[in-house]
Structure formats: structure tokens, C-alpha cells
Design a protein around this ligand. Structure first.
Ligand code: ADP
Ligand code: MG
Length: 341
């Protein structure tokens, strides 16, 4: 039987983060982050550099003390996580460059032994090393020295090291940074396999929206320390397909209007009725990429506006408002501005 008492039957919630705050000195980096993850769910934490992704992950891993908020990781506060709790987590660090002279199988076998005592009735720990080597696609390199592996192979070894203890929850901080497309695709297969066959909960960070869309059941967009979007790629895309951008030219000036609700047809009809000089009319549905960029942009401008007067918005600045735009500004369903061509 197992050396360790099986954990109490836990809820289906693997991660529960409420109003998480982090301040470095006088700088507020996380200003109230809340989200949950169910068991087996793959979450992508997306956001520009400096958004606070690594900070969030390190707090959840128990490597960094938070300033405030409630955090439960596999039912436990990571600030007080014990060894048995830690054994249930997988943390994928940057490459194990110090172990260049070890052979792949020997290194994994050595690390695997630490997890034996944490085997439970539900989860047999560690992975069988040969099986794991196959799962991560390193079977042909089992006898190779770590220093001879390519970048992509090395990263797969990093993942193998992170999951050798058969974790219930895996944290991956920018796992594919620097990957070529082939290594990226192989890594994506591995993540799918962990989620589908092992029911592993995965929280990964990336600033690649395409990657988030491919891998994640749910995408969280973190910007300037707060979650500005939380939903499946489909949901984010659907919310966004209700958005459209209308562009047109009058007197050589290019204009753009974002229709944030409903059908852009009404706006276009009004526009053409009010302004007969309109040319080069274009209506474009927003892609998920556009949505992501506009979310991030909106979060950034709303922050800037707390310290600045709202003089930059065309809809509040009469001198920039043309007849067609004032119509748009009063219907309350969008934003209009003049664009540089
Ligand atoms: N130990 C630290 N001390 C002070 N500031 C830090 C520390 N770690 C990160 N920061 C700052 O916190 C912000 C968020 O950083 P980080 O969590 O690394 O973001 P991301 O991973 O999204 O790029 C950045 O402005 C960064 O400079
Ligand atoms: Mg980071």
C-alpha cells in the first residue's frame, strides 16, 4: 500500500484564486486577480511582457509570497504547502543545463525516486521512466547525454522532469519560448496528451494567442495586473464577432468606427444617409487577435485615463467629430476615430 495517506476526496476545483494582489516595494503588480480551474482543465494565462504572469505562477507554486488574497492550489494554501502537496504539482523550470553530462534515462530515474513515497491509492508515483520517455518523444535519446540534445528535445526533457512525479497540476511558464514550429507542434501534442489521458490540470503562460487558442480550454488575459478576459477561445471569438470595424474615406481622410454591439449594417446605413461623400467603405469582422489587442489596449488606456483627462477620445472631442461620427457617437454602440493613412 501507499506510504502516504491518500488526500481527502477533493473537490473538482484544482485552482481557486480570489482577489490575489502582489506589490513589489511600492509597485502594484497584481491588483486583484480572480479565477478558478477545474481538474483536467487547460488554462492559458496570456498577456504582454510585464503583465504579471510569472508572478502569478510563482505565487501558485509557493515560490513567492503574495501580498493579499485567497489562494487554494489543490485545496491548499501554497504559502503553507508541505512536501506531500508539492509532490502533487509539476513545475517546469528553464532548461536543466547543469546536468549536461547525465544521460536522459539516468537523470529521470534519479529524480523519479523522490516521488515514490508520495504514491497514493489514486495516483501511482512516479511515472514509469521508460513509459515517460516515450510519452515525451525521447525514446531514441534515452541513452543520450543531456548536453547533446537539441533545443526542442531539451525542452521535452524539462517537461518530463516536471511531470515525472505524475502531478495532478502542472505549471508551464512560457514553455515554447524559442521553439521552432516543429518542436512547438510536438509540445502541443504532449500537452493534449497530459490533459486528455492523464486528466492533468495545466496552467501555462504564453504571449502567443495562437498557441493559447490551440491548447487551452480557457484563456485568461492578464494585463497590468488584472484579468481583462476569461473564456474559451470560441467564446472570446464569438464575443468578438459581434464586433466589427467600419472604415471609410471622406475628403481624403480615413475614418474608423468600431461597432461593439449588434449588426454593423445599421451604422453603415446611417453613415451613407448622412454623408454622401463616403468612399472606400470597408466592414471587417474582428479576429480573435484583434480582440486580444483591443482588450490589452483598452486596459492600458483606461489605466492612463485615471491620471489624464479624457482628451484623446474622438467621441468626446467635438473638434475631431465629423457629422457621420456624431451620429455614431450618440448611438452608444461603438467608437469612432480618424486614422492616419
Ligand atoms: N522580484 C521583483 N521585484 C520587483 N519587481 C518585480 C519582481 N519580479 C517582477 N517584477 C515586476 O513585476 C512586473 C510583472 O512581472 P512578471 O510577473 O515577470 O510579468 P510577466 O511574466 O507577465 O512578463 C514587471 O513590471 C516586473 O518588472
Ligand atoms: Mg514571465
Amino acid at each position: 500500500m501507499s506510504a502516504q495517506k491518500a488526500p481527502p476526496p477533493t473537490s473538482n476545483v484544482a485552482l481557486d484564486v480570489r482577489d490575489l494582489r502582489m506589490r513589489y516595494g511600492t509597485k502594484d503588480v497584481l491588483t486583484g486577480v480572480s479565477f478558478t480551474a477545474d481538474r483536467g482543465e487547460v488554462l492559458a494565462l496570456l498577456g504582454p511582457n510585464g503583465a504579471g504572469k510569472t508572478t502569478t505562477i510563482e505565487i501558485l507554486e509557493g515560490f513567492r509570497m503574495r501580498s493579499a488574497g485567497e489562494v487554494a492550489v489543490l485545496g491548499q494554501d501554497p504559502a503553507h504547502g508541505d512536501e506531500a502537496w508539492r509532490a502533487r504539482l509539476g513545475v517546469v523550470l528553464q532548461s536543466w543545463r547543469d546536468h549536461g553530462r547525465w544521460r536522459v534515462r539516468d537523470l529521470l530515474g534519479y529524480l523519479a525516486r523522490f516521488y515514490g513515497p508520495y504514491s497514493t491509492a489514486e495516483v501511482t508515483r512516479p511515472w514509469d521512466v521508460d513509459e515517460l520517455i516515450k510519452v515525451v518523444g525521447l525514446a531514441e535519446h534515452a541513452r543520450a547525454k543531456v548536453q547533446t540534445l537539441s533545443g526542442g528535445q531539451r525542452r521535452r526533457l524539462d517537461v518530463a522532469i516536471g511531470i515525472v512525479g505524475r502531478p495532478e497540476l502542472v505549471f508551464l511558464d512560457e514553455p515554447t519560448a524559442g521553439f521552432d514550429p516543429h518542436a512547438r507542434r510536438e509540445f502541443h501534442d504532449l500537452v493534449h496528451r497530459l490533459a486528455d489521458f492523464e486528466n492533468t490540470t495545466i496552467l501555462l503562460t504564453t504571449h502567443d494567442l495562437d498557441e493559447a487558442e490551440k491548447l487551452a480550454d480557457r484563456i485568461l488575459v492578464l494585463d497590468k495586473g488584472a484579468i481583462v478576459a476569461n473564456g474559451s477561445a470560441e467564446r472570446l471569438a464569438r464575443e468578438l464577432t459581434t464586433q466589427a470595424e467600419v472604415r471609410w474615406t471622406v475628403d481624403g481622410h480615413r475614418h474608423v468606427h468600431a461597432v461593439t454591439e449588434g449588426d454593423p449594417t445599421g451604422f453603415v446605413r446611417e453613415l451613407l444617409a448622412h454623408d454622401t461623400e463616403v468612399t472606400d467603405l470597408e466592414v471587417k469582422r474582428a479576429s480573435l487577435e484583434d480582440t486580444y489587442m483591443s482588450l490589452v489596449h483598452r486596459a492600458e488606456t483606461s489605466q492612463a485615463e485615471t491620471s489624464q483627462a479624457e482628451t484623446s477620445q474622438a467621441e468626446t472631442n467635438p473638434s475631431e467629430t465629423r457629422p457621420a461620427e456624431s451620429q455614431a457617437a450618440t448611438n452608444g454602440s461603438g467608437r469612432t476615430g480618424e486614422v492616419q493613412s
